[in-house]
Design a protein around this ligand. Sequence first.
Ligand code: MLT
Length: 270
Amino acid sequence: MSHRLSILGPRGDSLSVVAAGDHGPPLILLHGFPLDHRLWQNQMDYFSQRFRVIAPELRGFGQSTLDEPPYRIQDLADDIERIRCHLASNQSIVLCGLSMGGYVAFEYWRLYGAQLKGLVLTNTKPDADDDLARQARLAMAERAIQAGAWSAVEGMLPKLLSEHALQHLPEVVAWTQAMMKAVPAQTVAAAQYAMANRRDFRTLLSEIHVPTLVVTGDRDPIAPPQATQQWSEQIAHSQFVAIPDCGHLCPLEAPQEFNRVLRGFLTQLE
Ligand code: MLT
């Protein structure tokens, strides 16, 4: 059973967290854009038997507030540390971030690496945006403000889910759309600005010494398998897995395979 709690953020904002499992080591799951904690529904059920599973909602997503945009990705890493101090003080964590959540996980490693027992980087990348990607983000932010959030994000669906999921997994499609439709325009804009200005971690990969699992889907157009395997090899203690027939949302599209891979990694850490 999961429960929701709210933690006071640095400027009086509210950081909403959904947690499941009342014992075991902490496992923190960070969702991607434009999603919320529901991305992890299958992992919350599965891992809460043996872990304290903690799924924060990033600023403006789900029930977290967005009080003073703009923010930087490193501010979100500070939020995660605040949540760790409240819910898992004196304990090291396994931090798992998907896509935008992965960008936050990289920043968390840079700022608070000593708190990490393990790192899971799923469907994500260490690169900063190039000029073209930055322009596309600014255009999406503008569109969200002018025409509404859904108009800005609806075109992302075929990039988030594989053709297989779009054709054969109606529940996954409905669940993804429900999350996408819940995101307010200001949240879309603020997240796009933050991602457009994120740090480039490619030159820092060799400095990551925490055990790291890197996962992607072999149909993920945002974090393609070949490029993902290449950068993962620069992390000393890393394992790489590409999940077959899967797009950008591996935990939702292929929960059994994702959970099997993550469980294997967590077992090794123990
Ligand atoms: C995500 O899934 O979080 C986004 O696709 C990340 C991005 O836009 O770079």
